[in-house]
Design a protein around this ligand. Sequence first.
Ligand code: SAH
Ligand code: SF4
Ligand code: F3S
Length: 431
Amino acid sequence: MSRSFYIKTMGCQMNEYDSDCLARSLITKGCIPVNDPAIADIILINTCAVRAKPEQKAVSFLGRMAAFKNKRPDLILGIVGCIAQQEGSRLIKRFPMLDLVMGPRQLEKFPEFLEKIIYDGKKIVATDLNSLPASPIHCKGYFRDKVSAFISVTEGCNNFCSYCIVPYVRGREVSRPPADIIAEASNLIADGVKEITLLGQNVISYHWNDCNFVSLLNEIAGLDGLLRIRFTTSHPKHLSKDVIQCFASIDKLCSHIHLPFQAGSDAILKSMRRGYSRDQYIILSEKLREADHDIAITSDVMVGFPGESEADFEQTLDLIRKVRFDNLFSFKYSDRKGTLAAKMQNKVSESLKIHRLEVLQKIQRQITLEKNQDLIGRHVQVLVEGQSKKGGQLTGRTSTNKIVNFISNNKKIGELVNVLIDSCTSNSLSG
Ligand code: SAH
Ligand code: SF4
Ligand code: F3S
């Protein structure tokens, strides 16, 4: 099946991982990746439904791809991922040029679906959420040029935070068997990967029989040839003493945790059904810094959740000032069909959400800048990932996940080097 393919990936790291899995199964079938959808025989759009904005982006991209299909009826056009799961056959009705609508729990059947489309001229809608996550096809050499790669260890989520669509589009939480994960990690390392990030919506609640997240982390850290290990995303409700202790005891574990707090007011946290208080979150951040003094803490936060008063918003700003995050991903709340929050009263106006987001981002930008400035004049260890966009420089990340661009005479891609930091912005460090 010598066809060319193009995959557009939107949304979170899970989707990046899923797109790599799709690419690997296409390559195994003899297909060739291309960088331009205009020349591709197969176009897949891997979509995200978490907020209104990514959803709009996906639909507008699909419109552009549909124009190619008008000119080239043989083109195979598929929408996969979380919007595919959410909308199912409604998408085919709305966009009859689609050949495939496939949710994130159906990836294993993709080769079979593709054959039905090509050889039987069928249209496929696949949105069963009950299938177990499969191990991706190993495609030797796929990660040859990459220093860092993801492995999904849990799929789905059971938390049902009141604003969130993820449990509806990714299904209930299931863990993958440790042996499959170790085999996948070993294959990546054999390909030359030096840093592995374990993925899950709620990654620290991983468990398979008597193997919990801490045992899994230790097993992977024990693999020869691997330099660094990371994991994301952690839920504050599940962050145990044992997991915090890993930052002190596992050398290869990077000094970084992504720990979404979402809101700083107890009333809003309760209404979000997050299962912790602002004080509990602050205590967790202190315990993390006790275990690993230099740990970088990043987070997600939302403004304008239904009922968020000025006082609630002030509590969010106060938490940001107290914890001093290294970086923050901040979003305007948006209604997601079928969630509890979508049905709540007291919606916050769009203009107030925009205003609150600006205020919050300005405060965080300053904190991020100050944290980066603290590193000027110090040596940091960088895992070199490749050439920087700036000519002649290399780029990589610190253990704390900060981007470093630096001058070097040697090509040290895939190696750990010490870099003396001499300047910074809020986005990156230079040395
Ligand atoms: N599993 C992760 C988050 C996945 S979604 C966790 O539990 O933290 C990524 C981020 O999108 C969330 O952390 C949240 O900040 C944001 N988000 C989710 N639903 C949203 C909504 N309806 N409106 C705005 N932001 C939302
Ligand atoms: Fe969504 Fe909450 Fe699950 Fe994260 S923990 S994916 S925010 S429901
Ligand atoms: Fe988006 Fe699905 Fe990830 S909704 S954030 S792509 S799990």
